[in-house]
Design a protein around this ligand. Structure first.
Ligand SMILES: [Zn+2]
Length: 206
């Protein structure tokens, strides 16, 4: 199935400016557990407003294009107003080329970047985890159950949206924009951190 042709999307521009990179190095279409516009019965009749990518705990997530970090909800600010993210740990990046916002969600409650920071395409901005708000099959999934069947386990909920003239979010299918051929490479420090995280995951069996 080619999710790029999935039936539900609201806005799409053919502009070359809209091309973004995949959210992590090994991302492929077969990682997608829940495509854009799917399963409105799970979300009170509203179609899924992003794409869910399943990968391993700690997978580095990268900026989709030249971005500025617009908002981060961390573990320390869990009691703060979470309205911009509708609850949950996550990060909002504002694309400086397309002008669109890109939301990375369901992350570890720690981010190697700061609000206001400018990121180049492919810069690591978060690590994939199991924190935040997860709703699927019509129920909110408690954190201790998220990695067990029938739930998809560690995944990234990726959204792309703009604000319309009424300041309402208008979502579009991220897969309409992703160019899988854009290379992603990590600097030495990030590469070392990835190896350390993998060892920790192995020990903790995450
Ligand atoms: Zn999702």
């Amino acid at each position: 199935m080619d999710f790029r042709n999935y039936y539900y999307w609201i806005y799409y521009s053919n502009s070359i400016k809209d091309i973004i990179c995949k959210p992590y190095k090994s991302a492929k279409l077969s990682d997608i557990s829940n495509p854009f516009g799917a399963n409105p019965q799970w979300y009170n009749g509203v179609p899924h407003n992003g794409v869910d990518w399943v990968s391993s705990y700690g997978t580095p997530l990268v900026a989709p294009e030249l971005c500025i970090v617009d908002n981060i909800i961390t573990g320390e600010s869990i009691n703060a107003d979470l309205a911009p993210l509708s609850r949950g740990y996550g990060i909002i990046l504002k694309g400086l080329i397309s002008g669109k916002f890109h939301l990375y969600w369901h992350c570890l409650p720690m981010f190697p970047v700061k609000c206001g920071q400018t990121l180049k395409q492919g810069d690591v901005c978060a690590y994939m985890g199991n924190s935040g708000f997860v709703m699927t099959h019509g129920v909110v999934v408690p954190i201790e159950l998220r990695t067990q069947p029938p739930y998809p386990g560690t995944h990234l909920h990726q959204e792309v949206f703009i604000f319309d003239s009424n300041s309402q979010r208008v979502y579009e299918n991220p897969l309409k924009l992703v160019d899988f051929s854009i290379p992603i490479s990590y600097n030495l420090l990030t590469s070392i951190m990835i190896i350390i995280k993998k060892i920790i995951n192995l020990i903790l069996k995450k």
